[in-house]
Design a protein around this ligand. Structure first.
Ligand SMILES: [Zn+2]
Length: 326
């Protein structure tokens, strides 16, 4: 849709794409188990995976979508929802809408198509052929589901996009900390939010510069979205475990080669997590992630893992493998 700026961005209802593959996204097992509610899993509590889900739901309330999850959502949207005419927008909870009303969202998107997507940190932006972008942030429990039959609509659906091919894309979010909005300019939004570079887009010199300029615990720096965007509580712990750095280590105590090691660990962990579709059950056994929790053992040395609070978040680590002195 080159050229033609339309202030109200009403899209044409005539189809110009024919990608109507019958693909049911219910097969897509994208999330860590953190999004499962206890009510949902109670009848199956003897199942090993479900037990792990209970552990996550109770011991680690900080398990929220991070860069690998959002990248997985991006690829999911790309695979399922592009180039299809949107025939309806059903907002079931206006609470998640930010800067746009229910009516405006529906009015502006109806008749449009999603054309491409872009991720920055934990934010996902989906470009429409109507001169604006749909903005999605997944908060604590947000997720996407593409499916065909109405009766399969997820219980915690907040916004539902209905496509002309009869399929639907649900933005589900049990705890409603997620955000759905509309934007004209993604770069302007990133600037306004003062977000740092994406964790997979940052270079080693830029990474070193951040660690050279700032003070505080290493984990706090990794979590600061204004410095590096995309890393949250779970993956910060995993990255520090890989780099063998204690999460409370002061940045000023890190040698340059340790910062470089941290950089490599971040890239490697995030890429591997994306390869595993951010699914905890597909993570390597040598990782901390499947073992976070009281009484669980370090996959490297077998000692019991410890936890502490850093910047208001629970950090899991191995006191034997992760040292403060570097
Ligand atoms: Zn250990």
């Amino acid at each position: 849709m080159a050229g033609a700026f339309r202030p109200m961005s009403f899209c044409s209802s005539t189809s110009h794409h024919g990608l109507n593959t019958a693909w049911d996204g219910d097969l897509f097992n994208n999330r860590r188990n953190s999004s499962i509610s206890l009510e949902d899993i109670a009848p199956l509590s003897f199942n090993k995976d479900v037990t792990q889900a209970i552990l996550h739901a109770t011991n680690d309330v900080n398990a929220m979508p991070e860069l690998p999850d959002v990248e997985t959502f991006k690829r999911y949207v790309d695979r399922t929802s592009l180039h299809r005419r949107i025939s309806g927008v059903d907002v079931r909870s206006a609470y998640v809408l930010k800067g746009v009303s229910m009516d405006e969202l529906a009015r502006r998107l109806k008749g449009c198509r999603f054309e491409s997507s872009r991720r920055h940190g934990k934010h996902l932006f989906v470009r429409t052929d109507g001169d604006f972008w749909l903005r999605l942030h997944f908060g604590m429990t947000g997720s996407l589901r593409y499916f065909k039959h109405e009766q399969r609509t997820p219980r915690h659906t907040r916004v539902l996009f209905v496509f002309a091919n009869g399929h639907r894309l649900a933005v589900e979010d049990q705890r409603k900390f997620g955000e759905v909005g509309l934007l004209k300019d993604v770069d302007e939004f990133l600037k306004k939010r003062a977000l740092g570079r994406d964790a997979l887009d940052i270079s080693l010199p830029q990474f070193k510069e951040i660690f050279g300029k700032h003070r505080g615990a290493v984990k706090t720096i990794l979590l600061n979205q204004k410095l590096i965007a995309g890393i949250g509580n779970i993956y910060a712990d995993e990255i520090l475990f890989r780099a063998r750095i204690h999460p409370a280590t002061q940045v000023s105590a890190l040698k340059e080669k340790t910062v470089a090691k941290l950089f490599r660990a971040a890239r490697d962990i995030l890429k591997k997590a994306i390869d595993a579709k951010a699914d905890m059950d597909r993570m390597p056994k040598s990782w901390l992630l499947p073992r976070r929790g009281k009484g669980r053992k370090c996959p490297r040395c077998g000692r019991e893992l410890k936890s502490t609070t850093i910047g208001g978040r629970t950090a899991w680590f191995c006191a034997q493998c992760q040292k403060r002195a570097h």
